[in-house]
Design a protein around this ligand. Structure first.
Ligand code: PLP
Length: 437
């Protein structure tokens, strides 16, 4: 190859912008996360492998914190996006609270050294046992989603001689303009108290002995890439705050939920700081500036901080379709199969040569088991690929389908790479099975 050609190719390497930058970069042919070459990690820890940048997570959280710095606030990381103990600890060390959706997530917060007093407990179906555990741990607040749940929670807390701090999750009936499976703020989905029922629900809460109203909240969906739905939801929420306070309730905090999107391909979501500035301007303008503001970001704190590494096992070209079969599958990363999500797939070390168009698929026995379709890649068997923006809803949604052990996880910080979850063994997958006599 002539030097000129080489220089041209090198120029395209550096010109490629990667979601996850500046922490994810291509240097020459190689993909790096912070100061660690990803191909080296794939070799050292095996594949499939999740790798997260601690600095990227910290930077994402810092942007929210800075935008909220001069007012009462609590940032509650929605840990269902990535609930690895090392990730929880990263955010707990920065002073964040957590948005949890199960007793299991509460146990993780406590195990990682997080503060239960900064936990808000969301979810449309909490069990009595989960309610009792959360009361004993002293969570900040329950985000209650129905009048039926209010009655149950009041009974549970009364039986423990406590009162439960409650914020009602209101469904503001706004369209978050996102995938129907991850849109949660419209009429006709299972989440929240309908806007027109909210006053009655607050009135009920005021009558219940085990309930103490402290706030109001909403969460309108996920992977939201526009400001407008947030502003619509905020106006509707503030209308309600004014009404229920006129009815006699005391609304200490407003929780605007999570849902801010990230860049998978060409999405251009607003920066967190910009979104918050616009929300705060409206809150101030309507005279609600004294209230504590809560937010529950998940994906936007971790999504672009992570990649999933996978090895090319089989190349299966055919006249109709070229299949690249890799060692990661829908059980490891279900977003493409479940939401038809597009995620970037790039080689850990770029090869020279003409690209072909491949469907990148896993070994699981389902035609829905794909990671990416129609991707232009130059490949050889044994190559390592990185699926980008895999830090959110990757490992937490992984399963053992096809008796596949779940992947290992590594956290990178500067030039240090630390194993934060070892790969499961096959024996662990059936150690709870019982063979009938
Ligand atoms: C999932 C969830 C979040 C976080 O959503 P992201 O889109 O990951 O930011 C926040 N609040 C509640 C109640 C949720 O269920």
């Amino acid at each position: 190859m002539s030097p000129v050609q080489g220089a041209d190719i090198a120029a395209t390497w550096t010109a490629t912008t990667l979601p996850g930058g500046p922490f994810l970069s291509r240097r020459g042919p190689d993909l790096w996360l912070e100061e660690v070459r990803l191909a080296d990690l794939a070799k050292e820890f095996g594949t499939p492998l999740y790798v997260y940048s601690r600095s990227a997570m910290r930077a994402a959280a810092a942007e929210y914190q800075q935008a909220l710095a001069n007012r009462p606030h609590l940032l509650c990381y929605a840990m269902k996006a990535n609930s690895s103990l090392a990730v929880i600890k990263t955010f707990a060390d920065m002073g964040l609270g957590f948005d949890i959706v199960s007793g299991g997530e509460l146990a993780r917060v406590i195990a990682a050294g997080g503060d239960p007093a900064k936990v808000v407990f969301s979810g449309v179906g909490k069990s009595r046992i989960e309610m009792a555990e959360a009361l004993k741990a002293g969570v900040k607040c329950f985000n209650v989603e129905s009048e039926s749940e209010l009655l149950t929670l009041s009974a549970v807390s009364s039986s423990l001689g406590q009162t439960a701090a409650v914020s009602l999750r209101v469904n503001p009936d706004v369209d978050a303009k996102t995938h129907p499976y991850i849109s949660t703020g419209l009429k006709g989905n299972k989440f929240g108290v309908a806007h027109e029922r909210a006053r009655a629900a607050y009135a009920l809460a005021a009558r219940l002995p085990g309930i103490r109203v402290v706030g109001i909240d909403c969460h309108i969906g996920s992977q939201i890439t526009e400001v407008a739905p947030y502003l619509d939801a905020l106006e509707r929420l503030l209308d309600l705050v004014e009404q229920v306070e006129a009815d006699g309730a005391l609304i200490h905090h407003i929780d605007l939920g999570g849902g801010l999107g990230i860049t998978y391909t060409d999405e251009q979501p607003p920066a967190a700081g910009m979104l918050i500035a616009q929300l705060l301007a409206r809150i101030e303008a309507r005279g609600h500036g004294h209230r504590e503001l809560l937010m529950e970001p998940g994906r936007s704190l971790v999504g672009n901080a992570g990649v999933m590494l996978t090895e090319v096992l089989v190349l299966k070209p055919s006249p109709e379709k070229n299949f690249c079969i890799v060692d990661a599958a829908m059980n490891d990363l279900i977003r493409p199969a479940m939401y038809q999500a597009w995620m970037g797939i790039v080689p850990c070390s770029q090869r020279f040569g003409e690209a072909m168009t491949w469907d990148v698929v896993g070994p699981v026995c389902e035609s829905g088991d794909w990671l990416g379709r129609d991707r232009a890649l130059t490949l050889k068997i044994g190559d390592m690929l990185a699926v980008l923006s895999a830090g959110a809803y990757g490992m937490t949604m992984a399963s053992n389908y096809n008796t596949r052990p779940r992947a290992a996880e590594v956290m990178v910080d500067g030039d240090q790479a630390t194993l934060i979850r070892r790969r499961e063994t096959v024996q662990e997958l059936f150690c709870n099975d019982i063979l009938p006599a």
